[in-house]
Design a binder for this molecule. Structure first.
Ligand code: NAD
Length: 247
């Protein structure tokens, strides 16, 4: 089950899971994007789509219940939906700007954990991968709400990993540097209005491997954390960042 499943990282991860023989549930805010994504992936295996706003508890309960009704279990939960929020100094961020980002990136991740972990505890197994960011491990200017929200994902990951470990359920977080998706294009435009290309070139220079990540780079890590190959790993923050963490 993948939230933000119609977005850049979510869709490519869904493709990788299908290639490995999984049945996939895509959850996203926009039914039209879900339909498009399903049409692209359908030939690879079973794909179910569920429209939901991850910040609303009724919606979250619904996507979890529907998945359990259909498959009887949830093996893997990629808790991945997120928004970037406003790009501006903190002095120009409104309380509403903060609340909007926290609603999706923190409340949405919290609610997903709350309802999915109830199922996984009962099963006695499961793997959850929460999407944070390098922005969940260090600061950078002009995106304070986003940075705060992604740090909160670390807390949610560590707290729940310890709590559900006795049930053989694992919870880890992933921390990508910039990845070539809609979100990054929106952020570039926010950092340098009308000069997104230059903003991108600057950011690429700050990554030791010299490029943005691709969604495939991220999905390879997600797949590892979902699989039994990572069965002794829980509560960990995984960077997938082209070397940024070594600077
Ligand atoms: P994206 O914008 O392509 O995908 C995000 C998806 O989440 C979209 O399909 C969107 O419709 C969905 N979504 C947004 N709000 C929602 C809501 N309330 N309910 C349900 N779905 C909702 O961006 P992406 O890059 O694929 O982002 C996926 C995750 O990766 C996000 O959590 C993001 O913060 C994180 N991330 C992205 C980057 C990057 O550079 N792209 C870097 C680090 C972390």
């Amino acid at each position: 089950m993948i939230t933000g499943g119609a977005g850049g990282i979510g869709k490519v991860s869904a493709k990788r899971f299908l290639e490995e023989g999984a049945k996939v549930v895509l959850v996203d805010l926009f039914q039209e994007s879900l339909d498009q994504t399903k049409a692209e992936l359908d030939k690879l295996g079973e794909v179910i789509t569920i429209q939901a706003d991850v910040s609303q508890e009724e919606d979250v309960k619904n996507y979890v219940d529907k998945t359990v009704e259909r498959f009887g279990k949830i093996d893997v939960f990629f808790n991945n939906a997120g928004i970037e929020g406003k790009v501006a100094p903190i002095t120009e961020q409104k309380v509403e700007d903060l609340d909007k980002v926290l609603a999706v990136n923190v409340r949405g991740v919290f609610l997903g954990l709350k309802h999915v972990l109830a199922v996984m505890k009962e099963q006695g197994y499961g793997s959850v991968i929460n999407t944070s960011s390098v922005a969940g491990l260090s600061g950078s200017p002009n995106v304070t709400p986003y940075i705060a929200s992604k740090h909160a994902v670390v807390g949610l990951t560590k707290a729940t990993a310890v709590e559900v470990a006795p049930y053989k359920v694992r919870v880890n977080s992933i921390h990508p540097s910039p990845v070539n998706t809609r979100m990054m294009r929106s952020l570039e435009e926010g950092f340098a209005p009308g000069q997104a290309e230059a903003a991108k070139a600057d950011m690429e220079k700050s990554i030791p491997l010299g490029r943005y990540g691709e969604s495939e780079d991220i999905s390879n890590l997600v797949l590892f954390l979902a699989s039994d190959e990572s069965s002794f790993i829980t509560g960990v923050q995984y960077r997938v960042d082209g070397g940024m963490g070594a600077l």
